[in-house]
Write a protein that binds this ligand. Structure first.
Ligand code: DGL
Length: 289
C-alpha cells in the first residue's frame, strides 16, 4: 500500500497498540463493494462492517418518504450493534436524500456518495456528458442542483435505469445478464449533437454499476470515460479519520451483514474472495413495509 509519508504518523512497535477504527459501509445491496474496495486500500488496518439492506433492494423504487424511514431504521440497528466510528453511505440513491436526516439523528460522521457531476463535467472535451443512475437519484433535487452548479455549459443526459443495479447483483451472483439487456439500459447515455459532437463522459452514479464496468466498456457504442467516484470517497474518509499509522497496516477482520436471508453460496464465495471472513444473513432482519 502507498503511504503518504507527510500525512502519516510512525507507529513504534513498543508503543500502546494503536486504535483500530470500525468503519461501516452501507448500501441497499452489493454495489457498495465498489466503494469498499477503495476504502480498504486507504485504511487496511481498520475493522470493516459491510451492511447491505437487501431486504429492501432496490432502493431506486422506493418513494422518498419510504427511503428516509427505511435507512434511518436500519442505521439505528447498525449503529447500536457495531458502534462504528464513521459510516460511509455507499449508495447514491440514499445519499442524495437521507444524509441530512442521518447527520441530524446520529453523532458519528457520515460520508456520502453523490453523482460525480463536477469531475465528469471538468473532464469532458465535447461538453456532452451523461449521468447513469437509478430513477430515484435522477429525480432528486440534489442531482438537479449538481447539474445546475457544475455542468451549466454541458448538455447533460440524466438516464434513470430501472434494471441495471439488479443486473450488477446478478453478475456477482454468477447469473450475468445478456449483452442485449445491458445495452438497452445504457444506450440512452450515448448522444450525438447535430454538429457531430458526441457524449464523451458517463458518470456512474449508482455504486452497483462499476461492478459491470468491463461489460459497459465492451458494449459502449463508442469509447467514453466512465467516472467512478470511489477513490474520491476513500480520500474523503481519510480526511475525516486520518491515514493509518505507518508500521501498523495489518488487516482486521471484515464482516458482511445482510438484512435479508437470501445470499446464495455463489454470492458468499464472491464475498469471501473480497476478504470477508464473516457473513451474517438475516442478522438484522427487518420487515419491509
Ligand atoms: N447502489 C445504489 C446506488 O448507488 C442503489 C441501487 C438500488 O438499490 O436501487 O444508487
Amino acid at each position: 500500500m502507498r503511504i503518504d509519508l507527510l500525512a502519516g504518523t510512525v507507529y513504534h512497535p513498543l508503543a500502546m497498540p494503536p486504535h483500530v477504527p470500525t468503519i461501516l459501509v452501507f448500501d441497499s445491496g452489493l454495489g457498495g463493494l465498489t466503494v469498499y474496495s477503495e476504502l480498504v486500500k486507504a485504511r487496511p488496518d481498520a475493522r470493516f462492517v459491510y451492511a447491505a439492506d437487501d431486504a429492501a433492494f432496490p432502493y431506486g423504487r422506493l418513494s422518498e418518504a419510504e427511503l428516509v424511514a427505511r435507512v434511518l431504521a436500519v442505521m439505528e440497528m447498525l449503529v447500536d450493534t457495531y458502534a462504528p466510528e464513521i459510516a460511509v453511505i455507499a449508495c447514491n440513491t440514499a445519499s442524495t436524500l437521507v444524509l441530512p436526516h442521518l447527520r441530524a439523528r446520529f453523532s458519528i460522521p457520515f460520508v456520502g456518495t453523490v453523482p460525480a457531476i463536477k469531475p465528469g463535467a471538468a473532464r469532458s472535451a465535447s461538453r456532452m456528458i451523461s449521468v447513469l443512475a437509478t430513477p430515484g437519484t435522477v429525480a432528486r433535487d440534489y442531482t438537479q442542483d449538481l447539474v445546475r452548479t457544475y455542468a451549466r455549459d454541458c448538455a447533460v443526459a440524466l438516464v434513470g435505469s430501472t434494471r441495471l443495479a439488479a443486473m450488477a447483483e446478478a453478475e456477482l451472483a454468477g447469473s450475468p445478464a445478456s449483452d442485449a439487456d445491458i445495452l438497452a439500459e445504457i444506450a440512452p447515455c450515448f448522444c450525438e449533437a447535430p454538429d457531430g459532437r458526441r457524449t464523451d463522459t458517463v458518470v456512474l452514479a449508482c455504486t452497483h454499476y462499476p461492478l459491470l464496468l468491463h461489460r459497459l466498456e465492451r458494449l459502449a457504442p463508442w469509447p467514453v470515460t466512465f467516472v467512478d467516484p470511489a477513490p474520491a470517497i476513500a480520500r474523503r474518509m481519510v480526511d475525516l479519520i486520518g491515514a493509518p499509522l505507518i508500521g501498523h497496516e495489518g488487516e482486521e477482520e471484515a464482516c458482511a451483514v445482510f438484512t435479508g436471508t437470501g445470499a446464495s453460496d455463489r454470492l458468499k464465495a464472491a464475498l469471501a474472495a473480497r476478504g470477508f471472513s464473516r457473513i451474517d444473513t438475516g442478522a438484522l432482519a427487518l420487515a419491509v413495509a
